[in-house]
Design a protein around this ligand. Structure first.
Ligand SMILES: [Zn+2]
Ligand SMILES: [Zn+2]
Length: 598
């Protein structure tokens, strides 16, 4: 059962485990101490929560008499700088449990007292503290040598956060900060944050009229005409890649009775993520994935070894009962469509089919200018199947990766309990890593559904299923693309590819003919026939990130020509219409990464 993980891996407030500390983590945690000392100087009597290093930075929680404002953060930063100049050593000390509790109680640090009380007594016979200057904190360490060793830092924001994430407990003030080895690293990180904010797909989706979300249908996108044009461009390309790969498209029902989900194991393992409803007395589930239904198609007749591999693609609507309220836009939706693929094959075909899957993944990502990376997830400790089985399966996946000549990493123990898999990743323009779907080998569903085929010797054998999607869900991939391109899509993807801009009202008729010629060539074009000045129309089209603007005036009209301006700034004049239409059609059909700013 290939359940793809819809997790964004970068930018998460991921707590680092105690074993993962390296120097940068120690610096981040040390900076959190320095920040806490500064906050205590400004707010004597403030109570401390926790202050861990996180991915790309750190935070600390404080119980304060009032919420913090940006001026407070500046004041905290200033006092932090004074500590750096002071070059104060971090000194470790230990106290036995009772002495530690007494000291913290005397300081009024109730949350720290609670932390120690919750430790298993064995682990807290003695507890360690770190001191720098006047500030002392319950802490496991490690820390840098002195406060003078901190790299360039910046406080980013503050927000309310319940103690221990429990809304019945007090609301603390959490200050987020970041610190890096060099000023360059810090600048780049701050640029990335600002850029990510500007590129937020929820904002751009609305500004560019692509899609919106509405509380009437939580966590499910409403695709506007322009968004649908983008969706179709993605879908056409995916279908072309599947056709080249020898796939046949199927479509299967959304509402499926419980019995099928019981047989597939979803009823037991995945029911919490399914919309379950009553179909006139028959408990049914809206499908969260396509595999069991495609198996029913497979089983409609006796298959022979010559029929295999059978490759199905499926673009059906899936429903997943995700928790709503998370503001993740397209990254976590309850209704989605995948470019789903299932291959039913013989065991001796696994190598070739994995090889094909890898080639299709690389091919499909090519026109986006993205190079996928691969990770081979191998046998976990708790698993089904013999060592011979795992040797064989991992060997075939590894061989296919080698045959494709792609760099890949091994993720030891990362496989699902029933078979190895290949995880696919891409990096976007901001250097964020995204996990894409998985190429999953599956012996489980064939067994649960008792699938077979007639072998060459007349006996019956069990096929294997390979599950994969390439984009994953169109919804999530659209979110990634909007942020990757900051809404400035290459021509082949752009919802509106060409805006025709008549200079004056007397050019509108000719502009319409230009638009018709573009449409006849399969290009998405509109005429801006508002009575605005030409410069204003060009600026608006530029803001909508339309790749090509065609300005038409007297001379163009007489000559049957157009004067193109690209979103990237280049322009030319008096190009014959037929020539330009042919050029644009060619670039769109070849799915070129064009026009491209950098
Ligand atoms: Zn510490
Ligand atoms: Zn599947």
């Amino acid at each position: 059962m290939a359940i793809d993980s819809d997790e964004i891996r970068s930018g998460a407030d991921e707590l680092l485990d105690a074993g993962a500390h390296d120097r940068l983590d120690a610096m981040r945690h040390s900076t959190a101490h320095v920040m806490a000392a500064a906050v205590l100087e400004l707010f004597p009597g403030a109570k401390l929560g926790i202050g861990p290093a996180i991915r790309d930075g750190f935070y600390y929680d404080f119980d304060l008499p009032r919420p913090l404002n940006p001026a407070d953060l500046e004041a905290v930063e200033e006092r932090m700088r004074a500590q750096v100049v002071g070059d104060l050593p971090f000194e470790r000390s230990e106290l036995d449990r009772e002495a530690a509790l007494a000291m913290l109680a005397e300081q009024g640090q109730d949350y720290k007292v609670e932390i120690i009380r919750d430790l298993p007594p064995k682990a807290s016979e003695t507890v360690s503290f770190y001191r720098h200057g006047e500030f002392i904190d319950l802490c496991r360490g490690p820390h840098l040598e002195t406060t003078g060793r901190l790299g360039p830092f910046k406080l980013l924001s503050s927000a309310g956060a319940y103690w221990r994430g429990d809304e019945k407990r007090p609301m603390l003030q959490r200050i987020y900060g970041t610190v890096w080895e060099t000023q360059d690293d810090l600048d780049r990180y701050v640029w990335r944050l600002e850029e990510a904010k500007k590129r937020d797909h929820r904002k751009l989706g609305r500004d560019l009229d692509l899609f919106t979300f509405h509380p009437e249908s939580p966590a499910a996108p409403f695709w506007h005409p322009r968004g649908m044009a983008l969706f179709r461009a993605l879908e056409d390309w995916s279908r072309q890649v599947r056709r080249e790969g020898g796939f046949h498209e199927v479509r299967t029902p959304s509402l499926v009775r419980k019995e099928l989900w019981e047989q597939s194991g979803h009823w037991e393992l995945y029911q919490d993520n399914m919309f379950v409803l009553d179909d006139y007395g028959h408990p049914s589930g809206a499908k969260p994935m396509n595999c069991p239904q495609e198996i029913l198609i497979y089983k409609t007749r006796l298959r022979s070894y010559r029929d295999l591999p059978m490759r199905f693609s499926d673009y059906s609507v899936l429903m997943r009962k995700e928790v709503t309220g998370a503001l993740s836009g397209m990254f976590r939706v309850r209704q989605l469509i995948q470019d789903d693929s299932h291959v039913f094959c013989r065991e001796d075909q696994i190598g070739d089919e994995i090889d094909l899957a890898l080639r299709l993944v690389r091919r499909q990502y090519e026109p986006f200018g993205m190079a996928p990376r691969f990770k081979l997830a191998t046998r976990p400790e708790k698993r089904l199947g013999s060592d011979e089985f795992w040797d064989m399966a991992e060997g075939k996946l590894g061989d296919a990766l080698e045959a494709n000549g792609v760099p890949y990493e091994v993720d030891p123990g990362g496989a699902t309990f029933y078979a190895p898999k290949i995880d696919v990743f891409i990096d976007d323009a901001l250097g964020r890593e995204w996990q894409l779907p998985t190429i999953q080998l599956d012996y489980q569903l064939p067994q649960r559904f008792d699938l077979e085929y007639r072998a060459a010797d007349g006996g019956f054998e069990r096929p294997v299923i390979i599950h994969y999607a390439i984009y994953g869900s169109f919804e999530r991939f659209t979110g990634i693309l909007v942020e990757h391109y900051a809404g400035a899509f290459p021509l082949w993807l752009a919802p509106l590819q060409v805006m025709v801009v008549p200079i004056a009202d007397r050019h509108v008729q000719y502009a319409s003919r230009v638009c018709d010629a573009l449409a006849a060539a399969g290009l998405r074009a509109e005429v801006d026939d508002r009575s605005e000045r030409m410069q204003a129309k060009v600026r608006d089209a530029q803001e909508q990130k339309v790749p090509v603007m065609l300005v038409v005036g007297d001379r163009d009209q007489e000559a049957g020509a157009v004067s193109p301006r690209l979103r990237t700034g280049e322009s030319s004049q008096g190009i014959p219409l037929a020539e330009l239409v042919e050029e644009l059609r060619g670039r769109a059909e070849r799915r070129e990464l064009w026009p491209y700013a950098d």
